[in-house]
Structure formats: C-alpha cells, structure tokens
Ligand binder design. Sequence first.
Ligand code: SPV
Ligand code: MG
Length: 554
Amino acid sequence: MRKARQLREMFRSKKVVRIVGAHNGMSAKLVEKAGFEGVWASGLEVSTAHAVPDANILTMSDYLRVASYMNDAVSIPVVVDADTGYGNSNNVIYTVQKFEAAGIAAICMEDKLFPKVNSFVPGRQELAPIAEFVGKIMAAKNAQESPDFMVIARVEALIAGWGMEEALKRANAYAEAGADAVFIHSKQKETQEIEEFIQAWKSETPLVVCPTTYPGFTVEKAEKSGKVKIYIFANHGIRSAIKAMEETFATLQKTNDIRSVENNISSMKNVFDIQGMPEMKANEKKYLLTESSARAIIPAAGAAKHDVSLLKDLLQDRPLGMLDVNGKSILQRNIEIFNQLGVQDIAIVSGYEGSKINLDQVDIIENKDYDKNGILHSIMCARGHLKGKTIVAFSDILFEKNIIERLLKRQEDVVIVIDRSWQDTKTNGRPIDLIKASNLPPQGERVVGLEQDNPVVKMGQSLSPEEATHEFIGIAMFSEKGAQALLSLYDEFSENPPSGSFYEAESFSKADLSDILQAMMDRGHKVSSLEIHKGWMEVHNFEDYKRACEMIRG
Ligand code: SPV
Ligand code: MG
C-alpha cells in the first residue's frame, strides 16, 4: 500500500493535498504531469467518458477497471469517488477489498441512497439514514487490509437542502464512526455556506472540499482554515477535453482540412509519451532480442570536411548525415535499414550542428570536442553501446540493406566491409581508405565466393594503388570479443598517447577508425572482411548528392 502511505504522509504536512478529476489512464497521467499531488477518480468524469448519466448506471466493476487503469498510469495516489459504495454494507466490504487490492489509496463514499444522482442535478437527492451510513463506514474500515488505506465520508446534507445542523450532525457521526476525513459538499455559488461549516467544525478529522460552484474558496483559503486537507478540482479535465474536441470537430466539419486544426492539437510525440512508448522502446532494446541482437553506432559529429562547396547551402545548418536525399535524411534512411534488420539499439554521436539531429528512437550522444578530435573518439563517446555485436557505420554513406544483412551473419570478431570495385570510382584526388586484403578480388565477369573471409593485411589512405585490392566503405562490425579488443587498445593508447602522429592521423586524438584497425592488425588481431561489389556511396560533393538523389527513389 505504497500510495496509501504516500497520501497519509501528505496529510501530515500543513499543505492542502490538491487532487484533480480524471476518467482514464491518460487524464490521470496528465494530472500527475501537471504536478498535482493526487488523482480524483471522479464518478462524474468516468460516467461522462462513457456517455451515461452520473447515477450509478455504470457498475462497481466498471469503476474499478477504470480506477485501476488510472492508478497504473501514475505514481501519485488515486482517491476513488465510490458514490454510495454501490449498495449496502455488504457491497461496501467488497468494494473496499477490490479497490484496495488494486492499489487505490483511498475511497470516498457519500451518504445518499443507492442509486445516487450527481449532486448538481436538481430534483431527487435522497439521503440515507445516519445509522445506515455509519454502518457502511465501519464496514469499510474493518474491511481494509492496510492501516494506511483511507475511507472518506461524504456529507450530502447541504446538497439535499437539509441544512447546516443536519450536515454537522452527520459529519460528526461519520468522524466518530472512524472516517479518515469528512468531505463536506455544497452547491452554493458563494463561499459562506462552506465557510460556516468549516468554522463550526470542531473535530480533529480533516475536511475535504470540492469548490466547483464556489470557486472563491481558493486553495489558499483552504490552507488557511487549517482544517481542510484535500481540495478537489473535480471535473475540469473532462470539461476542457470536451470543449477542445468540440472545437476541433466543428472546425474539421467546416474546413475538411486537417491543417486548420493542426496547431491546436497535441503532437504525436506527446501522444506517444503519454502512452509510455519511449519506455517500451527502451525495454525492447533490452529484451526483444533478435537472432543477431546487434547494436549500431553512427559517428555523425564532424563537420563535412571534403569538397562540399556546392553543398554548402544545404549543409550550413545541419550535419552531413541530416542531408535530405529525396525526402529523408541519410541518417534516417540508414536507421530504417538497421531497424528492418532487427538492429534497434542505435547510438548516434552528434557534434557539429548536433541539435539538428532530431531522430526518434535513437540515443543521441554528444561529442563536445568534435572539432578537436577525430572519428575514433566520436565512436568512443558511444562506448557504452560497444558491447555485444556492434556495427559502426559512418554517417555520410548510403548503403544497400543486403550489405548489413550479410554483415550480420558473419561470426568473426572484427569484420570490415570492403568494395572490390574501387578502381571504378572517380575520387578527384580525394583520399580514400584503401585495403590490402590477403587475396586479390576475384577477377572476371561472373563471381562467386564473396561470403568467404578475405582477411585484411593493411589499410589506409597512403596505400599505393598498386598494392590496394579494395576500398573500406566505412562500415565495420565487432563481436563482443572484437569490441573488447578495440576498447582495450583504445584505452591503452589513451592512457599513454603516442607523441606525434598515430598511423595516418596527425595525433592520436585525431585518429580515424582505420588507424586503430591498423593498430589492431599490428597487434596480431585478425581483421576479417566482407567483400562487396558496389551497392553503396558516400556523399561528399554536389555531384555525389545529385547522383544519390537520382539513384534513390522513395
Ligand atoms: C464527482 O466528481 O463525481 C463528484 C464531485 O462526485 S461532484 O460532481 O461535484 O458531485
Ligand atoms: Mg461523484
């Protein structure tokens, strides 16, 4: 009974506990999000949400189900409006057992006859005899399991027009019977009636008020009284929802144009947040294990460094990975490929114009020093993700799905993707990461055997074209063991950075992935390869961009 205790503890403070009416999990969650202390599972709201009168048309089980959804959606206490207790004392016992078991902190029962009618509906407002209601309170208090659970007794004498004396008589009888609080209800427009009651109230039992019709009785006044412990904003949630929906529907009906309401409705992101979708996605990453269970790291921190002069306009406000290729950014395309292949845990390392990487369902990790260090350090910013099978893919390349599909099937500890068609590429003097693999690429028109490993012997931009067999495309995969080896070598160099250059980088801090891969090879680690023939491209200049837009449709 964690929440019942929470509510009891709030009662100990001088502050009034503000609870707000809700009718389902969503509205309860919005109450909590807005910063209130508790939820009022309002009979009026729940009935309205079902489009039936607030007159015990719904059954106790209906209310219980809705209250449970509310309670499950929030971490603050839920106080349930249990009307008359849904019958006589026998029904009250069952009601308390069920609601308490559902985690509800308190129930409130009113001293009307079953079936009740909402207090603001003119006409029939029949009160139960005092003895009968006292019996219900005792039944409720005896039925509760935990001493923390609360039973609030609601006095309807003022609503029914029986006068102040009757109201005080009843309130005192209910307090004597063991009610944890007395809810005194009034439908007056002015505050005199409620103030008179509070003035005359001498019992230690705290009061509950619901000033829907007498809003002049503010939270501040309630607090000042020293006697009111709960202040109910009973139905303002559903009334605002009704108005908002009516306005949206009326506008849509008139305009037949979604754009006419777009600015006045909640974003889909907010909808998913209320659902708890981010938490679900986080759980998926942990527990929806796929055959490969691979993760991905995409370093996207550096400002484009190559010949981007003609891309400048497109890139002045965003990193290269956010370049739009026919309606989708490069990063978005690549994330979709990973997701389709079951790679859900994706970390993107941001740096240059990092705030523009507005992608959902990925972890965005900032490399604050992106302008001082190289890609290797960007990758290491996401080292928390470098466990188990992990693919590292550069952010400025577009690639076909089958490359990743084939890569995921590989079992070696370090596998890098290498293209045998590199000589076909016009680089215009731009350096590319060349590879010397153990075996020459298969020659001739028709080729099989690309699934066999062809271990890498050497890699780097300074390899001579005569020596080179392939080109590294910027995608590598590490097994658990491979990732460990990479991390420990990185840590070793970080602790003792080599003075001067580090392989082809001017310093260790500027190192590229190819530099550390070469270092791994030099330490005797095997770097395997996945050989491909085209099926990818990098976007480094306007020419590349135009070709990418032509080749990628949709
Ligand atoms: C409710 O919210 O259902 C209440 C408060 O019982 S009132 O509608 O004011 O009676
Ligand atoms: Mg009610």
